[in-house]
Design a binder for this molecule. Structure first.
Ligand code: PAF
Length: 282
């Protein structure tokens, strides 16, 4: 497995794979790899000849008071995991290899960014589009894979690929959960032992709402505010909890048969922000 630290190195590496006629799948990550990432890598092997993993804690997607400095960085362990998963190339650049000191251009997102994580983390998705746009241009993958846990990210990246005509196919891979239902995330490492016991409550609340909807509730507003109070009573601080249209990412008050929705929540437990979602196709 080759480890590339600069843009020139990874470009040369990919050019050589492509000149051998190989298809390339990219799994973009910020490292601290867990089973959710490994599932992306395994899925990538199913659809491409060679798998490239990028590992870069992207400063542009962290707000000034967010956890950029404390975000887990475990490059050696990550490389070992990639080796075991038969990854062909890891791209692990330094900040200066990807970003210039000054930048003059900015991507604007519009309404897809108004609610869910976009509503509470200003600049977050702009920072993600910036790095993903760069990664697509640098690695020119045939396929790129992202996890459903960050479903708003996936939808916004899909729009970017469509509107900027990137020649890459995208694949969203289902959420990988611990045995008690908690969605795997690198940030789960921040949870204390007690918070870790409480954390699956977010998923339990989503599955409870999902069941009511599948049983016929089509105006879930009251149900959601009741579940919000239940979570608060357990110690969660709710960022958002609600139903959103899969296509527009706007809140959905009345559910309509034939439409696709995201039942999504984000909540703090102590210093840890958890997110989770369930896709509901009615
Ligand atoms: O999902 C992530 O880990 C990040 O947002 C991504 C796509 C690697 C961009 O930094």
């Amino acid at each position: 497995m080759n480890v590339c630290r600069t843009v020139d190195e990874i470009r040369a590496e990919i050019a050589s794979l492509k000149s051998d006629g190989k298809s390339v799948a990219l799994v973009p990550t910020m490292g601290a790899l867990h089973d959710g990432h490994l599932r992306l890598i395994r899925e990538a092997h199913e659809h491409a000849d060679e798998v490239v993993v990028s590992i870069f804690v992207n400063p542009a997607q962290f707000g000034p008071n967010e956890d950029f400095d404390s975000y887990p960085r475990e490059l050696e362990q990550d490389l070992e995991k990639c080796r075991k998963e038969n990854v062909s190339v890891v791209f692990a650049p330094n900040r200066d290899d990807v970003y210039d000191e000054e930048s003059f251009l900015k991507i604007e997102i519009g309404t897809l960014n108004k609610h869910m994580c976009g509503g509470s983390r200003p600049g977050f998705f702009e920072g993600i589009l910036l790095i993903v746009n760069k990664l697509f241009n640098i690695t020119t993958p045939d396929l790129a894979l992202f996890g459903q846990k960050d479903i708003q990210q996936f939808q916004i990246i899909s729009r970017m690929v469509m509107e900027f005509n990137h020649a890459v196919q995208l694949k969203m891979v289902p959420i990988v959960r611990a045995s008690d239902g908690l969605a795997l995330s690198s940030r789960n490492a921040y949870l204390s032992a007690e918070e870790r016991l409480t954390a699956p409550g977010l998923y339990r609340c989503l599955t409870y709402i999902e069941k009511q909807i599948r049983d016929g509730v089509d105006e879930p507003g009251l149900l959601i505010s009741h579940q919000t109070s239940e979570l608060e009573a357990k110690g969660f601080r709710i960022d958002y909890l609600g139903m959103f249209s899969l296509k527009t990412l706007q809140p959905a008050e009345t559910l309509v048969a034939g439409e696709n929705y995201i039942l999504a929540g984000a909540a703090w437990l102590g210093e840890t922000r958890l997110i989770d979602n369930i896709l509901i196709e009615l």
